[in-house]
Design a protein around this ligand. Sequence first.
Ligand code: GLC
Ligand code: CA
Length: 555
Amino acid sequence: MPNWLNDAVFYEIYPQSFQDSNGDGIGDLRGIISRLDYLKELGIDIVWLSPIYKSPFVDQGYDISDYYNIAEEFGTMEEFDELLAEAKKRDMYIVMDLVVNHCSDQHEWFQKALADPDGEYADYFYFVKGKDGKAPSNYRSYFGGSTWEKVPDSDKYYLHMFAKEQPDLNWDNTDVRTQVYDMMRWWLEKGVDGFRMDVISLISKNPDFPDGEVKGLYGDLTPYCAHGPHVHEYLQEMNREVLSKYDIMTVGETACVTLEEAKKYAGEDRNELNMVFQFEHVELGSGKYGKWNDAPVDLVQLKKVFKKWEEGLEGIGWNALFWGNHDQPRAVSRFGDDREYRECSAKMLGVCLHLMKGTPYIYQGEELGMTNAGFENLSDYRDLESINAYHELVEEQDVPAEQMMTYLKKISRDNARTPMQWNDEENAGFTTGTPWIAVNKNYKEINAKAQIKDPDSVYNFYRKLIQLRHEEEIVVHGSFEMLSEDSEQIFAYQRVLDDTKLVVLCNFTPNHVAFDGLPKKAKIVITNYKTEGGSFLRPYEAVAYKVPVEEASDK
Ligand code: GLC
Ligand code: CA
């Protein structure tokens, strides 16, 4: 792990929704450049850019048609170089999204494959003969329907775990791996500082494609496509050939990862990745309809997940910490309270996450306590996963339309994709044109301009949190231990380094919750209330204090 990663804080930019500079309603590179000072001021060290490559945007840029070019919507390669240079000037690092489990069906490799389904390029993908006049297996795609699409004028089908416009690349083909490594080197030579690797846990598949266990209309692909037979071999090869040659960082988006698998991807002695995103804490409510649910957060379960990951990777690997990203609803709407206690609970969530062991990732707007979109109509949604799921569940699985709209309001990825709220002017200062997706109606109350000025804002609280990580070694290196595991109200843990203990208490409820009070020698390092609460934690109160280890129990 490069040493600049140690106490670093990440910020994910979703380019189409960050800042538009030319009034076409779509965020762009020039917009990002104009906001680098904002990020620097917040304390951000590393920016993870969601994909900016050329793409038909079927899946918002996660369908790449040319890995060597910038999407026209976002700007030019010159502007990208300028962004890199401007970031360097500010001592900030730029990490690219690497989407190589699949590409776009518009990529020339796939076009060549279609033109000759038995030729060289067909083997860049999974072109597989059907069985008894049907698809090769029963898998359900992550975005609905079968993972198999018929290749026109052929008896073959091609595999797509996501949309049919996102054909999976065949990593068992050495040429594919060589092409990917060349492309990675090309970006690294330009000076990018690393990669967030999209669904990297899915790149190796069981080549027999056995039918999966049927759930609903289709079979589950996970056992045959996640952490497949060669995934670690390929990542070690990638590390040997590319990653190890540069002073860079990597984080893998490892869908379906277990702790045991994570130790392989991110174990310090493994030479694969620096860290991985696990998803158990954001998948807790999943059930009968997959991710679509409106179950409240179960705090005991939530803590179990963090305990497992924090304690489980201790001394073995490094955690990547997040409440939200471009695929998840807004943190404050999901884990806090986006009404009466919005600011207080957003700060509490910040404390809870940022003082754990690992690298925190802030998703754009989280530092303002931005909330879910609140869309009332299906036509407001832009995300194909959400729209497909609506049709599948309402039309094929008899979920009442109203119920599905509730699920969308809670879980849809578009909740996080509404434009960044910069100020209280039209379209929240995001664009002078018509935004590609509607701005959240609450931008007059929730926006960066107002919060920068207000010392008590969520924004300024996040600044303090980031500063704390930069200044306090215990936040970076202290060991982690979960406390009060059975409490249904309080998320509590402690960090220990040498003779100091950092205790973190977070009330996840709108109620007053009794607790023992702070020990006499406690020195508060951060809290979201202005006065001390005595023997109660107040609604969504968070308090973190340091205390000498031997006096920790001395009241
Ligand atoms: C990842 C991305 C998501 C995308 C999917 C397919 O999960 O984060 O946005 O839809 O991969 O590329
Ligand atoms: Ca634009």
